[in-house]
Design a protein around this ligand. Structure first.
Ligand SMILES: *Cc1c(COP(=O)(O)O)cnc(C)c1O
Length: 368
């Protein structure tokens, strides 16, 4: 039985009448840019995240870009982030003319290791970007403490962690800015690109709002040069239909993760995801195992038609575009090890019991 890594058509089948109606409503009212659905979604996401304000933007990448700009990151500044994430996390730092400074990860959670952050701080450091990888919130308490001691801004890359919790606090609400992505493969996915920034201060809220409309505080009056980065009204309408189901879907992912944990835990050469005690709601955007013989397991999964993917095969410090930063290949040994071992397997809410058994049996056979 073939098992896809993700099957978005099942979510649409489940919500088809409401989704069709929501899209047609937008086509009918015609307020395609910053229409009423965007404002409604911003209010609901702010409330979900226990934040005061939310700003809908064009993508998760733009959420990070605008948040870092609003945080005051300028050319020549340094921004500290993890060596192990989706490219956008580091790309936005470079695009602002700032220097990405990478830090190694914790071997168990794959999130930035807070113990290594202070050594990376210089006079030029402006901000820290922790990433809540695979849906587990990074260890935010020590990160916030370091940031406050050194006067740094914290921009949470919560693209994979909407609705996740850290010590019962919502992902995105702990730092100065929380950045979310509605890319279709995220836990709350739109029918295209979309993103959201959540903030706690009115000052940060206004700055992000201006930046998404070219930097104009008043239409056609520009004190600064911003971006064209709005969440499309049609996407907001789709997301409003899905949002009430998010918690249930995340719980279904957690159920699947539990079943994988039990079935795979004892296998030699297989390390199942570690959930920290501080991680009170891990939402498993990915279920990622570490395999000592990944090639063999991946070949078996491919052979059986079971979807899988390596998130991520190349650490930032080895990307050709970041060669100019001068890192050595052996820098960041924990990230290097993760890149050679990790493999993500299907964990989407609609995954059936039979499908999950197929994934488990294939891995069991492959590791012997
Ligand atoms: C998806 C993702 C992004 C970028 O989001 P887009 O909406 O695709 O631009 C940024 N960071 C992480 C960790 C992501 O997973």
């Amino acid at each position: 039985m073939a098992v896809p890594l993700l099957d978005l058509s099942r979510q649409y089948a489940y919500l088809k009448p409401e989704m069709d109606e929501a899209v047609i409503k937008v086509l009918t009212h015609g307020k395609f840019i910053l229409g009423p659905e965007v404002t409604e979604l911003e209010k609901k996401v702010a409330s979900l995240c226990n934040a005061d304000y939310a700003i809908g933007v064009a993508s998760g990448t733009d959420a990070l870009l605008l948040a870092l700009r609003a945080a005051g990151v300028e050319p020549g500044d340094e921004v500290i982030t993890t060596d192990f994430s989706f490219f956008a996390t580091a790309g936005v730092i470079h695009r602002l003319g700032a220097k990405p400074v990478f830090v190694d990860i914790e071997g168990d959670t794959y999130n930035i290791d807070p113990n290594l952050i202070e050594a990376a701080i210089t006079d030029k450091t402006k901000a820290i970007v922790p990433v809540h990888l695979f849906g587990q919130v990074a260890d935010m308490d020590p990160i916030m403490e370091i940031a406050s001691k050194h006067g740094l801004k914290v921009v949470e890359d919560a693209a994979q962690a909407i609705g996740a919790e850290y010590k019962d606090r919502m992902a995105g609400s702990i730092g100065d800015f929380g950045c979310f992505s509605f890319f279709p493969s995220k836990n709350l996915g739109a029918g295209g690109d979309g993103g959201m920034i959540v903030v706690r201060s009115e000052e940060n809220y206004n700055m992000c709002r201006w930046l998404r409309v070219h930097g104009a505080k008043r239409k056609y009056f520009n004190d600064m040069v911003g971006y064209n980065s709005r969440l499309a009204t049609i996407q907001a309408a789709i997301l409003l239909v899905k949002l009430p189901h998010l918690r249930k879907w995340s719980k279904q992912r957690i159920e699947h993760a539990k079943k994988y944990d039990e079935a795979l835990a004892g296998l030699s050469g297989v390390v199942t995801p570690v959930v920290k005690e501080s991680s009170t709601f891990h939402i498993y955007n990915q279920y990622t195992v570490a395999l000592s013989n990944r090639e063999q397991v991946q070949a078996a999964l491919n052979e059986a038609g079971v979807g899988n993917c390596i998130y991520y095969p190349v650490p930032f410090h080895k990307q050709p575009c970041f060669e100019y930063l001068g890192y050595q290949p052996d820098d960041f040994p924990v990230t290097n090890k993760a890149c050679s071992e990790v493999l993500s397997i299907p964990v989407y809410p609609e995954l059936t019991g039979a499908e999950q058994d197929e994934v488990i049996d294939t891995i069991r056979e492959a590791v012997g």
